[in-house]
Ligand binder design. Structure first.
Ligand code: ADP
Ligand code: MG
Length: 348
């Protein structure tokens, strides 16, 4: 069978790394992005610049590809669903609909008896006055949040008065967990009970943005097993095809919680490019394109550091050791706290 052409919606660093992985597998890629300077066009075979609601451009894109995937989850469900009627979209749009909405996502996880933080849907400010038990807590927008965007810390009832938030956008209030550690599991599901699962990755955040990731995670065997079981259960229940990330919290009493699911390749999995025989990106392409599943082998322990904003200038034109791998995302504009690149160091 000849290899399919893969359409990728979104042209940032995740799109770039997916396109590079596809190239290695001789899978052609077409990036579809609403950003004229989208970095992923450097790595794909073709690039379509368009707004996400331009039906003519979408039709052109659909006509040129066999399968469509996406690098970020905030694409309107209606758009993905419409595309899915002509060509398969993987992961399925119905999965995206659940996960892009924090409330639907947490309800889904809890129904499987998997622990999340305590949370409640908030429709108006006055509601919070009765929710002392959930304070200190975080108010999060139900949709479109990333890297801590759309989140507000509410320490006490006194804080509520000063909240300047438009509650007509829906929010959830989530109890703050006394964090000991954060980990993530990257899993690629190929079909029924067929997975490749990476070992848990330990993640350190700063200002709600991932700062660095490391394997192995310094966790108990019990947490290691439980996190893997939950990740497999979630992927299976969603009948997911492709790479998925589950983010977890571990509290000071060694309780494990699922924080959120990302229905896509994930920042914490960048170290899989150098630390494993097959990266999260290559596995995603293999799964969505129906290519061969190859058993995962770890090559090395590793640490990945995110390079934010103008820090990138310190990394460009630098010499690296043979165990260091620098990735420049080639973003045109440097913005404060923007993810500009990463450095993975293999820990031998
Ligand atoms: P995003 O969609 O922006 O990634 P998250 O819900 O994952 O949103 O929050 C980003 C980070 O903020 C988390 O990785 C964690 O460090 C911190 N955080 C979020 N919710 C909580 C919580 N309930 N308790 C403690 N820390 C939290
Ligand atoms: Mg997160």
């Amino acid at each position: 069978m000849s290899k399919p052409t893969l359409g990728i919606i979104g042209g940032g660093q995740l799109g770039s790394m997916l396109a590079s992985a596809a190239k290695k597998l001789n899978v052609k890629t077409i990036i579809f992005s609403d950003e004229r300077d989208a970095p992923a066009q450097r790595f794909s075979d073709e690039f379509i610049y368009s707004q996400y609601n331009d039906q003519q451009k979408i039709n052109e894109f659909i006509s040129k590809v066999n399968i469509i995937t996406y690098e970020f989850e905030n694409i309107p469900f209606e758009t993905l669903n419409k595309i899915n009627k002509s060509k398969p979209v993987l992961p399925k749009p119905s999965i995206n609909r659940i996960i892009q909405h924090r409330l639907a996502e947490k309800d889904f996880i809890n129904k499987l008896n998997i622990r999340t933080t305590q949370y409640i849907s908030i429709e108006e400010k006055s509601q919070i006055y009765t929710l002392q038990d959930l304070l200190p807590g975080l108010l999060k927008t139900t949709t479109l949040g990333y890297d801590g965007k759309g989140q507000h810390l509410v320490n006490s009832i006194d804080d509520i008065k000063n909240l300047d938030i438009d509650f007509s956008n829906n929010y959830i209030l989530e109890k703050l967990v006394k964090l000991k550690k954060e980990i993530s599991i990257i899993i690629t599901r190929f079909s029924d009970k067929k997975y490749e699962i990476y070992e848990p990755i330990e993640n350190v955040h700063e200002d709600q943005i991932l700062k660095h990731s490391i394997i192995p995670a310094d966790i108990s065997d019990k947490i290691l097993q439980q996190s893997k079981i939950w990740a497999m259960q979630l992927a299976e229940e969603l009948k997911y095809v492709g790479t998925l990330c589950v983010e977890f919290f571990i509290d000071r009493n060694e309780n494990l919680y699922v924080n959120e699911i990302a229905p896509r390749v994930h920042n914490s999995g960048h170290l899989t490019i150098n630390a494993y025989n097959i990266s999260q990106f290559e596995n995603h392409v293999r799964a969505v394109c129906g290519l061969e599943q190859v058993p995962l082998k770890k090559i090395s322990n590793a640490k990945m550091i995110n390079i934010l904003g103008d820090q990138i200038n310190n990394y460009r034109n630098k010499e690296y050791r043979t165990n260091e791998f620098f990735f420049d995302y080639f973003k045109k504009e440097i913005k404060q706290k923007r993810k500009m690149g990463h450095l993975t160091t293999l820990l031998i």
